[in-house]
Design a protein around this ligand. Structure first.
Ligand SMILES: Cc1ncc(COP(=O)(O)O)c(C=O)c1O
Length: 439
């Protein structure tokens, strides 16, 4: 196989049947669409190339910089595509949470701009999310940027409607499967593929997967965020199911250890979600059926993500004291207090107020006297036990009060006698008209 351009290698990925001895389904053939075989390593190579290709000549002539609001695979693919064409790439995101991808982007010469997100940003003179504002500026006519706009760009869907979907049908000898299971990030891949498969089999059942509430699986949305995506159309899916990061890692381990697939967490989530959905159906089947799920990318970029959640896999001690290890009961019974009660308590007992938002958001506006420890760092601190005296009460604050409730539960588990979470977070504090100061 000879090629002149690396972009010609995008697509035509293999469809691999998972061994029945691994998945255990009796009447369903389960196939993995191996998008990790794309040249830049993920399903997003298709979208990135589809979104840039039509404007590339113009961009090269003008020396435009390619810009995308992505901190993951789309950014990686775009940085490489930009480089091939002698252009620069800028990634704008509200938190780069996967260190390996951030480092790779820097290594590729990408410019990274991190901005606070809507719930974190509380400047009253600037009510809009800075990301949204940035987004708007990029859309202005005459912009010097080539903005690929993956959350709204139909070419993201098209890449899969003309590539990924037809490839699956071809590899199944002209038929579409009975089930299609895919994780939802921008919704581009699931929407594009589902449309093609449904045209071949109107009875196909499409299952979309997202991360569990407040949980984080890199590359996809969680159940609270999925409706905010421009390309997301609920009519595409029969159901949208949530997978925890722990379940995604379990699925990923089976794919890697038993099937030889070096899948990242979303491939693991898709495998886990597929089996959870199909097992009860499989028992009732009398005819042979088939199902396809997508393996979006590779495992290597997520070693620190996995280590943080499962240190035992790397020879370290299993961590009991993590947010992920909390039970629903522990979180439900964490002490939360409203703004008025918190203000009174601060006057009377002077708790240490810890703001768990990003440094950008904290610098913009915060509760006077509070200290800033971003949530990820806070979890690291708690890993080795209580880093605070038990004598001083603690008030935890985050954007909307969800994360702080979890950390209050964790501190209670660690033996701190009086940790409370600010109900509704800094947003509720602001809405109540309570004072916030700028650094
Ligand atoms: C690792 C990973 N898995 C899954 C997806 C979901 O793909 P889509 O954006 O097409 O919904 C993405 C998208 O960013 C991703 O990076």
């Amino acid at each position: 196989m000879r090629y002149d351009n690396i972009t010609d290698i995008i697509g035509q990925t293999p469809l691999l049947r998972i061994d029945q001895a691994v998945h255990g389904l009796q009447n369903i053939d389960l196939y993995a669409k191996l998008e990790l075989f794309n040249p830049f390593g993920s399903v997003k190579d298709r979208a990135a190339w589809s979104m840039t290709q039509p404007d590339m000549d113009n961009a090269v002539r003008r020396g435009s910089q390619i810009v995308e609001l992505s901190s993951g695979n789309t950014a990686k693919a775009l940085a490489l595509i930009a480089g091939i064409h002698g252009l620069g790439f800028k990634s704008v995101s509200n938190r780069m949470r996967v260190p390996e991808i951030k480092e790779l982007l820097l290594l590729l010469g990408a410019q990274i701009e991190e901005l606070p997100g809507q719930t974190e940003c509380l400047d009253p003179t600037n009510a809009d999310d800075p990301l949204t504002q940035f987004h708007r500026a990029l859309r202005q006519p005459g912009s010097e940027y080539l903005h690929t706009d993956q959350y709204y760009n139909e070419r993201n869907v098209q890449a899969h409607a003309t590539g990924t979907g037809p490839e699956i049908v071809e590899d199944l000898d002209g038929r579409a499967p009975d089930w299609f299971i895919a994780c939802v990030g921008t919704a581009g891949s699931s929407t594009g593929v589902a449309g093609v498969l449904r045209a071949h089999n109107p009875d196909i059942e499409v299952v979309g997967l997202v991360a569990h509430k407040s949980d984080f699986i890199p590359g996809i949305r969680n159940i609270d965020e999925v409706h905010e995506v421009g390309l997301f159309d609920p009519a595409v899916y029969h159901s949208i199911n949530a997978v925890t990061s722990d379940e995604a890692i379990d699925g990923m381990l089976v794919l890697a250890r038993r099937s030889g697939i070096l899948s990242g967490p979303t491939g693991g989530a898709a495998y886990f979600g597929a089996l959870r959905h199909l097992r009860p159906i499989d028992e009732r089947l009398t005819t042979r059926k088939s199902a396809v799920f997508i393996v979006c990318d590779r495992i290597e970029s997520y070693l620190s993500y996995i280590r943080k959640r499962r240190p035992g896999l790397f020879g370290g001690a299993e961590q009991r004291n993590t947010v992920a290890a909390l039970t629903d009961d522990e979180v439900r019974t964490a002490t939360t207090i409203d703004v008025e009660t918190a203000q009174r308590w601060m006057e009377e007992d002077g708790p240490l107020v810890i703001d768990l938002r990003s440094p950008f958001a904290y610098a913009a506006l915060h509760i006077e006297g509070s200290i800033n420890i971003v949530d990820e760092l806070f979890e690291e601190l708690l890993r080795n036990g209580l880093p605070f005296s038990k004598r001083r009460p603690l008030l935890l604050a985050c954007p909307v009060g969800e994360k702080s409730a979890k950390y209050a539960a964790l501190l209670t588990r660690l033996g701190h006698p009086d940790t409370r979470s600010l109900s509704g977070g800094i947003v509720a504090w602001r809405d109540a008209g309570a004072q916030l100061i700028r650094e």
